[in-house]
Design a protein around this ligand. Sequence first.
Ligand code: HEM
Length: 498
Amino acid sequence: HQSYKRLQHVPGPISYAVTRFRLAYDAWHARSIHEIRHLHQKYGPIVRVGPNQVSFNSLSALRTIYGAGSGFQRTSFYKMFDVYGTPNLFTFASGVAHRDRKKLISHMYSNQKLMEEQSVKMIKRKVQSFLTMLKTEPESASEIFTSLHYFSFDAISEFVYGSEFGGTNALSGNKVDRRLIDDILDPARRRLAWSAVHFPAYTKWITTRTGLVGTVVESLGLLPMNKPFTYSGIRNHALQAFHQHKGAIKSGEKPANDTSVIGRLFQVREKHNLSDMDIASECADHLLAGIDTTADSLMFVIWALSLPAHQKYQDQLRTELLNLQVDDGGWPEAKELSRLTWLNAIVKESLRLYTPLPAFEPRSAPVDTTIDGLSIPAHTIVGMSPYCLHRQESVFPEPHVFKPERWLAEDGSLLPESAAQNKWFWAFSSGARMCIGMHLASAEMLMLIAAVYRQYTTSARHPDTTPGITSRYEIFSDETMDKMKEHECWIDFHSYSG
Ligand code: HEM
């Protein structure tokens, strides 16, 4: 590392080449999450996973790196999530810019706000549409990787843009909205992500060529992914929604009491000096962050419950749900759901074992620092992986086994926040940059799972096959199974009433 550091002080092309080489070398040596965990098991809580990259696996390092005010920033890796070339909550490197933006919107995502009638009603409507799809298109709905993407897409798009401009209707059969989800299925997006992170200028250049050069580039197979690229359809949809809102505000069509995220940003735009692209990028970021994460998490909950070995958990859940008080429409009180022991233990166990973002979360500091007694030179990439934390054997015995009861105390209540298991649970990250959508995602998951299992039992159509999802450069799945099918998960739903 010292020699890299010295070489980097040589100005001009040498310094540039060294930095590029180091990044590329790190990338080629990017360990899979399984390899990183193996290294931690063999060598302890600090391991080097590249010439400039160190992985930690301890609660003290978690506080030092990710704790509020720690001085560590998301690495430039995350610039790939800038939208329309403009930074947003996810991609701000500066702590100040990030804090100012978060202050504008975080209250909308608070649990208290989400439990108010309007958000609860919106989520119920989306859950109802999912239940309707199970009845009207049973075969399509049974492939839950896709049908749950429709659910999360419809929910987050309405939360961010409202129902009039930008809210989607994939569940109820809108073909254009459904096609937008196809956008994210191409496995080549892992190659595009790799290229955008490690060779940003080259990737930008090569992917924006048009005309004759574009044709030559494409026919020589130089593109990391064939066009149209990942998320380009969803980003266009988001931009169109932004312009429709702007137009509606100008013409006075938009209601003053608009409670969507975009509505809130337009209300404060002058006071906080937000440009058009600041608003468009922020909203598109929330839209993109809220689709795969929630859908993949829900898919793993239902899949895990549908395996023959886990039928007993379905039975526990059903007993709990059928004892609930419901309103005239058959809905339990939303607040009540977060107190149900089996429902919450099952969702949490699934998020532990199948967290949708299991990979190393990279950070770096602009100054030299110390973590767990190890001197870390400025700009070294440091981080931790939920995958490793969630498989710490001393905290989660038999870590590969789906065991919701590990979240319950002896008296059957949910473990207190102070329990070790909760301290090592890191699906939503922690500190200033933790997930803003955590309560929204939880509300969506609890309501959908409660509604489904009040009406159906489920079984996996291929119980020997794990579904796979995209985790940055790799496919993530249940590693205890030999067979894997990417982006596909078939579940049979059996209605109680026949
Ligand atoms: C089960 C569902 C979800 C999971 C597991 C999840 C997980 C995460 C994680 C791990 C991070 C932090 C990454 C890091 O530390 O670098 C994050 C950040 C973020 N998430 Fe989520 N997420 C979920 C759902 C959502 C939803 C529904 C939204 C919708 C708005 C959302 C919006 C965001 C945003 C904007 C950030 C950046 C926050 C910041 O930097 O201040 N997420 N999420």
